[in-house]
Design a protein around this ligand. Sequence first.
Ligand code: DP6
Length: 338
Amino acid sequence: MKASALAPANIAFIKYWGRLDHDLFLPLSTTNSMNLSACLAHTTVEFSSSFAQDEIVVRDSSGSEKRLLADDGEKSSGLFCTLDRARQLSEIDLKARAYSTLTFPISAGIASSAAGLCAFVAASFSALGLSQKVDDREELSREVRLSGSVSAARSTHDGFTEHLFGENHQQAVTRQILSANGWDLVDIVAVVSSSEKKISSALGHRLADTSPLMEGRKRYLPDKAEQLREALLQRDFDTLSLLSEQDTLNMHAVMMTSRPSALYFQPGTIELIHAVKSWREDGVPVFFTIDAGPNVHVIAPQASASEVSKRLKSCASVEFVLENTVGDGVRIIDEHLF
Ligand code: DP6
């Protein structure tokens, strides 16, 4: 009983930070994002009577492998809970082995958990014959959210997606806004540091309410996702830029002022924020957005991709770039990793 899945990371425009419910991972508002074509997790899960215990191994882009334990943190425990949930729903009580490879650094603000959790849930459910829950993408998005992350739940659909605000498990689902070829944008991720962040997102979501700025974020959020959705539907790059940069800085203001402070920016992050703004003043259509890490996602129309990439590579703080077009959502695939 073995299955494999391929899932993309995504970059959020209106971002998920803090939660309405920490057990069901319900978000405070609707959030939206674009899937990344080149930042992928490929996961194989097998259930067998010959396994004595669950075993999960993850390999990142540097080739280093890590065996996860259930008490490694919320994201790891979410993976083990997913195996339990798949066993409970299928009534098949077998232990599992899972191997996951990622094409990009882990825990550096490039949504490794989004790609990783999404591929893991799809492969686990598929391996135990729960295919109807995988084929129904809205239902899959609920299951992925339950495994630990709203951002992972946005990787279930192709292209540009949104995970809707909901007061309960049923209402909080992912919908597609535009297909992957609906708008030719690129996300060039400028990596200024590949080290693991000191405050995990799992902890950060719980700290959000300790920031005195969080009340302001909650008042500002409600119509933002709707405005952003409209900008995507109209292919209105200026409004997309304005709303995305504003939301990045709004979220990071909350992060920095939580107790303890989750300060993800590094000197290179600030250098790139200024650089992107000055390139825009030169007439290059481009904007920045930053998730929970120091690395800067630089979004531009496909026509400006090579110019933006060239400029990024000339910045002193950029270690390397990851170039993405708009990607598809999760897929079940035949290539098994073991
Ligand atoms: C800041 O719980 O999705 O990226 O992917 O491990 O960082 P990681 O965790 P997750 O929280 C991060 C949320 C965000 C914004 C977003 O993707 O909406």
